[in-house]
Design a protein around this ligand. Structure first.
Ligand SMILES: *[C@@H]1O[C@H](CO)[C@@H](O)[C@H](O)[C@H]1NC(C)=O
Length: 148
């Protein structure tokens, strides 16, 4: 195999394996466009911290819980309450298929997250946000991000 071909093949594989990750400031931009800045009193930094502690910005992350439910996407939304994955009982409060929460345009997961954060407890519904983000200085999450 010629070297240029090998290099382009390798860089292509790298690009595919990273396609699930969204850049922090790109995420901030989408969240801003979808009016999450200040939504229910939470800043974009809260949302970035939440996305990082839940998924490390991995849009397609799926994680199985010990109770047999699954957490989906960048905000790790749980199938027992919020979305339907046809694998176990669900309340499906967001009226959405869990797979849709993995969409690269993020619109479905943002809509569902808005519903969750509008309910009792707000962002405390995410245990990791409460443990790692709540009450801490978070503005550094927005460092270097330009929304315009
Ligand atoms: C993102 O999550 C998916 C599903 O959990 C996993 O297969 C993939 O390796 C993750 N991507 C990265 C870059 O960690």
């Amino acid at each position: 195999m010629t070297r240029p071909l090998l290099i382009s093949l390798v860089s292509c594989l790298v690009a595919v394996s990273q396609a699930s990750l969204i850049n922090r400031c790109d995420l901030a931009k989408v969240l801003h466009q979808e009016d999450l800045d200040g939504f229910e009193g939470y800043s974009l930094s809260d949302w970035l911290c939440l996305a990082f502690v839940e998924s490390e910005f991995n849009i397609t992350k799926v994680n199985e819980n010990t109770d047999g439910s699954f957490d989906y996407g960048i905000f790790q939304i749980n199938s027992h309450y919020w979305c339907n994955d046809y694998r176990s009982h669900t309340e499906n409060i967001c009226q959405v298929e869990c797979e849709e929460l993995l969409s690269p345009n993020l619109l479905s997961i943002i809509n569902c997250a808005k519903k969750i954060v509008s309910g009792a407890g707000g962002m405390k519904n995410w245990v990791k946000w409460r443990l790692h983000c709540a009450g801490r200085p978070l503005s550094y999450w927005m460092t270097g991000c330009h929304l315009g």
